[in-house]
Ligand binder design. Structure first.
Ligand code: ADE
Length: 234
C-alpha cells in the first residue's frame, strides 16, 4: 500500500475498530455516528470514526475534485490527485496496521452479504472510499483499494449510504456492541439458522383486534416452541 500510516493516537488504542470514511459529504454520517447503538459504541470507545472530506484535498482555489472522462461520455469522474493526497493523510488509530482493509463502495463491486460483514469485523481498521458522480479514476481503484463492495444491483447517488450499510452491519458484530437489544448469534443468515431468514416474532398482546399469536408460543413448551421456530425459518 502506498500511503503512510501516521503515529497512532494513544488514547484510543483499545477500541475494537476504527473507521476512516473518505467522502465529499461527511456531514451525512453525523446522525449515524451519534445515534442509537452505533452512537453508544462510539461513546463507550468500542469504535471510532474519522470522517475525511475529499474536498479538503481538491486542486486549486476551487478545490476541484472531478473532471470529464477521457474518450468522452456522460458525467464526471473523481480525479486521482485529490484522492491520492487524501489517502496519504489517512491515519491509523489502532495498533495493528496489518489488520486494515481499504474498501471502495461502487455498484460494480462484489455483492455485500452477512458473511462479508463477519469477515470485515475481523479487521482493526476499515478505510472506506465513497464515490460520487460516475465514480473514480481507475488508477485509484488499481493502486489504493483492496476490495470493491456493492450493496445491491441498483445505483444510488453516491457511496455514503452504502458505506453506512456496511459499517452498521459490521459494528453490530463487534464484541459487546449489542447490549440488551440482543445478540447476533441468532440473526437471519447466521449458522444457527442454517443461513436462512429468521422465524416470525410476536409480543403482547396475545390477541390484537382478533389477530392472534400462534398458540404454541403461549404454551410454555420450549421444545415445541423451538420446533415451531425451526419450521418457520424462511
Ligand atoms: N454507489 C452507488 N450505488 C451503489 C451501490 N449499489 N453499492 C455500493 N456503492 C454504490
Amino acid at each position: 500500500m502506498c500511503f503512510n500510516c501516521a503515529i497512532m493516537n494513544a488514547d484510543i488504542v483499545n477500541i475494537c475498530m476504527n473507521f476512516t470514511v473518505l467522502s465529499l459529504f461527511p456531514e451525512m454520517f453525523e446522525s449515524f455516528q451519534r445515534d442509537s447503538i452505533v452512537g453508544r459504541a462510539v461513546k463507550e470507545e468500542k469504535i471510532n470514526f474519522e470522517l475525511m472530506n475529499i474536498r479538503d484535498f481538491g486542486i486549486g482555489k476551487h478545490r476541484q475534485v472531478d473532471d470529464t472522462p477521457y474518450g468522452g461520455g456522460e458525467g464526471m469522474l473523481m480525479m486521482c490527485e485529490p484522492l491520492f493526497t487524501a489517502f496519504e493523510n489517512v491515519e491509523c488509530k489502532t495498533k495493528n496496521v496489518n489488520k486494515r482493509r481499504i474498501i471502495y463502495m461502487t455498484p460494480q463491486g462484489e455483492s455485500f452479504t452477512q458473511q462479508k460483514a463477519a469477515e470485515l469485523a475481523e479487521y482493526d481498521e476499515l478505510v472506506i472510499l465513497c464515490g460520487r458522480y460516475e465514480g473514480v479514476d481507475q488508477r485509484v481503484r488499481d493502486e489504493l483499494i483492496d476490495e470493491e463492495i456493492s450493496i445491491g444491483d441498483y445505483v444510488l447517488t453516491g457511496g455514503e449510504i452504502p458505506a453506512m450499510v456496511v459499517m452498521d452491519s459490521v459494528i453490530r458484530l463487534l464484541p459487546g456492541v449489542l447490549g440488551k437489544e440482543g445478540s447476533h448469534v441468532n440473526d437471519s443468515f447466521s449458522e444457527a439458522f442454517d443461513g436462512k431468514r429468521e422465524h416470525p416474532h410476536y409480543t403482547k398482546p396475545a390477541d390484537f383486534n382478533g389477530m392472534k399469536v400462534p398458540d404454541v408460543l403461549l404454551s410454555g413448551n420450549h421444545a415445541e416452541i423451538e420446533k415451531w421456530r425451526r419450521e418457520n425459518l424462511r
